[in-house]
Unconditional design. Sequence first.
Length: 59
Amino acid sequence: MHDFDCPRCGRPAAARFYGPCDDCRAQLRARLGGEQREIEDVVFETKMNVVPNHVATKD
């Protein structure tokens, strides 16, 4: 645990990592937090202008 001043409110805080204190973190979550969203997985597709290596396609 590290002792430091909260970068948001300036009050003393103790936490494993540097950042806002627990009270500020709760306020930020309430004000800025939103519903969790599903994110689609995007599959990598090669560009049409990319051609295979000639040696790799040699029969």
